[in-house]
Design a protein around this ligand. Sequence first.
Ligand code: ZN
Length: 181
Amino acid sequence: MNHMPYQGWIFEDRQTLDEANISALQNHLADCAECSALAEGLQQVEQALRAQPLLGPTDGFTLRWQQRLEISRQQAHRRQTWLTLLAAMGGMIVLLGALTFLFWPWLKSLDLTLWAAFYQAFTAYLFLSRAGEQFLLALASVVKAIPLPIWALSIGVLCQLGVLWVVSFRLLTNPRRIALK
Ligand SMILES: [Zn+2]
């Protein structure tokens, strides 16, 4: 079967074909399974295309775009901060390395001095802590040695002395006394 003019017509707009051609095409489509399948397929594709609405910008598109822009800006900022930090750290490490290299002989002798100083400090700490322990033990024994009535008496005396001191201080610094003079 010769499909040639009809397959061309299937893809053409029906309005550009004249009556005779349209009826000839329809007759051919009724007879020819291949061309009718082609025409049907084309129709389905056209329908599918028409069913899909044109995708315009959805609601909040601008907002989302701005948010994305802001996020990418923040990411760039973070990246920059990290780069700066890394550069600073790298600089520090290089500087420290250079300093260590320059002062290595001195540092080596300093090592011994530092250890000696640490040892001294540790010994001093040990001595002080032992002395503190001894002092606390002595204090505890003194507290135990003094009987309770004496404790009570001395605390009472101390309280009275305190009250006396407060009262005399107030009297001495009383503004009215100064005003009366
Ligand atoms: Zn055909």
